[in-house]
Design a protein around this ligand. Structure first.
Ligand code: ADP
Ligand code: MG
Length: 258
């Protein structure tokens, strides 16, 4: 059996006196596509931040998190991931996080920086071969024709596709996307989900996506992990997310979240 890509074991997180994550445990195996769902404030983003080491668990009974076979945090201690390991994880944000004044192509090339020798990365010089590869990554998200435009001239949906091309350029094995479609109109949201599904299916990359639309989670992801008030409420096939379960999951949340 292969080593799980992600192991979260009895993870606990408090911010001051408020408990944000409580005894959360799950494993994700290589090549899965998983939706992380739950009402707002249930701890989804905090959990994602744990997976990349942007947040550390509590010192007492904090639990542990392993990524790609290495423990990255345990009992309040953060272990710095090696550069090689960091390159294997790509993060996609709700607000795209592109560099506005740079071209689309340069934004994609930036995905390569972590893999370049440090001295060359500082100079920010890219080879013709790297440019060619960046154009191929843009072609995979359907934006090769926009390579030389400034990033901020693109629509939200297009900017999110550039962000996906950037993680393709990085050649990340694991893609973590926190609410990647929350700021998009329905059509752009569908395009972004289709691209994420395709790169999961074609390349075998592991993809974890936080979503607040359950119907989208059902359509694109085989498995869902649901958090409710910081606790694991459901972990299983999206097809087993029954209406009764969803009703309980969202019982204290506004109807618009469903
Ligand atoms: P979700 O992404 O599911 O909406 P979050 O992980 O963003 O939930 O937040 C979960 C809870 O943790 C919320 O109550 C939020 O206010 C709290 N929280 C998140 N980050 C911090 C922080 N840095 N300091 C204090 N409280 C925080
Ligand atoms: Mg969030």
């Amino acid at each position: 059996m292969s080593i799980p890509t992600i192991i979260v074991e009895r993870l606990n997180k408090n911010f001051g006196h408020s408990r944000v994550l409580e005894d959360v445990s799950f494993e994700i195996t290589p090549g899965e596509i998983v939706a992380l769902i739950g009402p707002s404030g249930s701890g989804k983003s905090t959990l994602m931040r744990h997976l990349v080491g942007l947040t550390c668990c509590n010192r007492d009974r904090g639990g542990r998190v392993s990524l790609l076979g290495r423990e990255i945090q345990a009992s309040g201690r953060l272990r710095r991931a090696s550069r090689g390991q960091r390159c294997r994880v790509g993060y996609i944000f709700q607000q795209f996080n592109l560099v506005n004044r740079l071209s689309v192509l340069t934004n994609v090339l930036i995905g390569q920086l972590g893999r370049m020798p440090r001295a060359r990365a500082l100079l920010g010089r890219f080879s013709d071969e790297e440019r060619q590869r960046a154009l191929q990554c843009l072609a995979r998200v359907g934006l090769e024709g926009m390579a030389y435009q400034r990033a901020n001239t693109l629509s939200g949906g297009q900017q999110q596709r550039v962000a996906i091309a950037r993680v393709l350029m990085q050649d990340a094995d694991v893609i973590l996307a926190d609410e990647p479609i929350a700021s998009l109109d329905p059509r752009s949201a569908r395009e972004v989900m289709e691209i994420l599904e395709r790169i999961h299916a074609e390349d075998g990359r592991t993809v974890v996506i936080t979503l607040h639309q359950v119907d989208i989670a059902r359509r694109y992801c085989h498995r869902a992990i649901a958090l409710k008030d910081g606790r694991l409420y459901f972990d299983g096939k999206t097809s087993e997310l029954t209406d009764a379960r969803l009703k309980t999951l969202y019982e204290n949340a506004g109807l618009d979240e469903l």
